[in-house]
Design a protein around this ligand. Structure first.
Ligand code: ZN
Length: 416
């Protein structure tokens, strides 16, 4: 039964196709014996793959004949999506698949015949993307890909094809770890979430996978007695494993591991509000429950009383800062309305360089940014600079300090 009942196909082949599908749809599956059910399952799956092959053929002919244009539509994907109420982006990616497949007629025939699956072809597409010069060789190797698919299960087939691709790269340049395409990108979104993308050559990747998987296994075993809902999800387990591996870089002499350090800047007002929300505190003035609007977070970028951010200035939702607040070491910083520290963090003797406490204060004041307007260099590049140089009797006190990134600090030093 189609949801588009007003549209019945007219071509005899389509009528037959539709009636075949309808017939299968009407079979009372619960009445089948196990063998028959198995046949329906496997045949259904095979047919699904074959239909994608046939569809790719139809799509290609439609592109050839500029079908979209002749229907007054500028793109075929929009035309199709409009007709079937589908997602045009999804359709566009299927059209891209059809275009790709047209370059490999033997693979296309094999898909229609049910000898390879879409998964095989997507794997080849991925490998070709990684190795653009392989295209010409791939056209000659179509028989090999199909024969191997008949003999091997998919994971083994992937390995066999991987070997074949390696032979196109005799000097191993494609997997050269010094290639700039390898490396890690860490991006921070405006929400404060951090996205990490890593690409490693096969050998580095294997070392990484082994380390992460071993750590994941330890976590998995430690969770054995927990209720399913208390266990970490696989993604969370991977992340916890990676954080542990990072922390191990800071292993202490006694063999224990510190928590990774996080420095937060939170105003007293936000902290009080947070604790009141979390614990239902009593208002010391009225002895009644604290009066606050659950939907009005007292955070505000422009207000020194509204701060809740990391030391690099990334805003943090106060609820996410609750645990750190409860276990943290606190440092009190008094800021005036002009965002200046009004007192020294401690009565320390004055030295040539800013000390650790002064540095933390200056970073908090500068919200983790280089003192040169518009500079967006990373937080870890920041160094503490004497605004009035020390050589010109500038003092090592907070009003004379600012963070500058290493390049800007060096440029300033070179000018002096
Ligand atoms: Zn800078």
């Amino acid at each position: 039964m189609s949801i588009f009942e007003d549209h019945t196909p007219s071509h005899p082949a389509l009528v037959e196709f539709r009636s075949g599908l309808d017939a299968i749809g009407e079979v009372p599956l619960s009445a089948l014996d196990v063998e028959d059910l198995n046949e329906f399952l496997i045949e259904g799956y095979r047919a699904q793959q074959q239909i994608k092959g046939v569809l790719a053929k139809i799509v290609h002919e439609a592109m050839n004949q500029q079908l979209a244009k002749r229907h007054g539509e500028h793109s075929l994907s929009v035309h199709i999506a409009g007709q079937v109420h589908g997602n045009s982006k999804r359709v566009a990616s299927e059209l891209a698949f059809a275009r790709w497949l047209h370059r490999f007629p033997d693979l296309h025939i094999a898909l229609i015949a049910g000898h390879v699956t879409v998964a095989h072809l997507n794997e080849l597409r991925t490998l070709e993307n990684k190795h653009p010069k392989a295209s010409a060789h791939m056209e000659r190797a179509q028989d090999f890909f199909v024969d191997a698919a008949a003999k091997l299960q998919f994971p083994q087939w992937v390995n066999a094809v991987g070997y074949w691709f390696k032979t196109l790269d005799p000097d191993g340049k494609l997997d050269d770890p010094s290639d700039p395409k390898y490396g890690t990108v860490i991006r921070q979104l405006p929400s404060g979430d951090v996205i990490v993308e890593m690409r490693m050559d096969p050998v580095t990747g294997e070392a990484y996978l082994t380390a992460v998987e071993a750590e994941e296994q330890k976590i998995f075993e430690a969770e054995a007695d927990l209720e399913p809902e208390d266990k970490l999800s696989p993604k969370q387990r991977t992340q916890t494993a990676i954080m542990r591996l990072i922390a191990q870089g800071f292993q202490k002499a006694d063999g224990s591991f510190p928590e990774p350090m996080v420095q937060l800047v939170m105003s007293e007002k936000v902290a009080e509000d947070l604790l009141a929300r979390a614990m239902g505190c009593v208002d010391p003035d009225t002895d009644g429950p604290m009066d606050f609007d659950p939907f009005d977070l007292p955070i505000n970028y422009d207000d020194v009383d509204g701060r809740c951010e990391t030391i690099r200035g990334t805003p943090v939702h106060p609820m996410h800062a609750l645990i750190p607040l409860l276990i943290a070491k606190m440092r009190r910083l008094v800021i005036d309305e002009y965002n200046q520290a009004t007192e020294e963090p401690d009565n320390v003797p004055e030295f040539r360089f800013f000390n650790k406490k002064q540095r933390q204060v200056l970073l908090a004041l500068a919200r983790g940014k280089c003192g040169i307007a518009g500079c967006n260099n990373p937080y870890v590049w920041l160094q503490m600079d004497h605004i009035q140089p020390h050589s010109k009797s500038g003092r090592t006190l907070l009003p004379n300090g600012q963070p500058l990134c290493q390049p800007h600090n060096k440029a300033k030093g070179d000018r002096e």
